[in-house]
Design a protein around this ligand. Structure first.
Ligand code: CDT
Length: 310
């Protein structure tokens, strides 16, 4: 038996600081058309897909950053994405900065089905970076200043023939992210990322090593939870800052089956058989048979690592 979901990962090339949302949405719509022309069921866009990665810019008065946020979804400028998806009969997932009616700021991703109903919303839990300006950094990473940690946990949704989940960028580095969804039977995890090619605090670290980190955590998450993972970059040089590419689709064995080749707008497509999750979910990663929760208490009760006394 096969349960095929044809997935398109729509990598974004760089978005410059002064690039208007309308122009960006036009680029995303074009990639949505490409995905649909290859008969994809769903197209996955990146984290904060509508703007440049604005958390690199420090602003004393946080409210001055509200212009980077969406107050409505769909809103005037994003409506073409929903209209095009409806016309083409394709689902999509997209990340954006969300400003709620009661004034909360989240790094958010939504899942939209083929009838263009928003069936799922996820708000980034693991916010990397820092709150205050740090002069020792070549560039700032102020997600902790501009966003609150997500308040929705890691839900999954039964839609488009499978059990779908989402996470965002830094979340992929945490096994807890995938395991919480794995415990809900997730079959496909969709995520976007904006990841600097180099680490300004660790000058010797190579782009190759950082790409290895990018892929290994998604591959491990896929294998250890017997699910598909789609990771979608915003790549290239944004206002002098390099973001890594490497968008990929990973199968439940943890193998990369499709990989972007460029640092620009690029669509990669793969027919994902959700039934390929079944074997590992029933054997090696049959959680009910093998997990030993009596030994996992620290995971949910302690944040810092506390080594034994010397
Ligand atoms: N967007 C995002 O979460 N980026 C981080 C960069 C970490 S460096 C502070 C990531 O984990 O890829």
């Amino acid at each position: 038996m096969a349960r095929i979901v044809k997935i398109a990962a729509a990598q974004s090339g760089p978005i410059q600081k002064d690039e208007g949302r309308q122009a960006v949405v036009a680029r995303l719509v074009e990639m949505m058309r490409q995905a649909a022309s290859q008969e994809s069921d769903i197209v996955v866009f990146t984290e904060l897909a509508l703007t440049t990665f604005f958390p690199r810019y420090y602003e004393e008065d946080r409210s001055k950053m509200d212009g980077w946020f969406e107050t409505d979804m769909p809103g005037g400028v994003t409506q073409p994405l929903f209209d095009t998806a409806k016309k083409l009969g394709i689902g999509f997932s997209i990340g954006y900065a969300e400003l709620t009616p009661d004034g909360h700021h989240f790094n958010t991703q939504i899942l939209v089905d083929k009838s263009v109903t928003i069936v799922g919303k996820y708000r980034k839990v693991h916010l990397p970076g820092h709150v205050e300006y740090e002069p020792e950094r070549t560039w700032q990473h102020l997600e902790k200043r501009y966003f609150e940690p997500g308040d929705l946990g890691f839900p999954v949704w039964r839609t488009m023939g499978g059990v779908m989940g989402m996470c965002i960028c830094n979340d992929r580095r945490w096994p807890e992210t995938f395991r919480v969804m794995g415990l809900q039977g997730v079959e496909l995890v969709m995520l976007g990322y904006n990841t600097p090619t180099l680490n300004s605090l660790k000058p010797g670290e190579t782009a190759k090593t950082r790409m290895h980190h990018n892929h290994i955590c998604m591959q491990a998450g896929a294998y250890q939870n017997a699910c598909w993972v789609v990771g979608v970059a915003k790549a290239g040089n944004e206002d002098g800052n390099d973001l890594m590419a490497g968008s990929c689709i990973v199968n439940p064995n943890g193998e990369i089956v499709a990989l972007a080749e460029t640092c620009g707008d690029e669509v990669i497509v793969f027919e994902c058989d959700l039934d390929e999750c079944v074997f590992l979910k029933k054997t090696t990663f049959n959680f009910e048979a093998h997990r030993r929760t009596e030994h996992y208490g620290l995971i949910a009760t302690q944040t810092a690592a506390i080594p034994p006394p010397e």
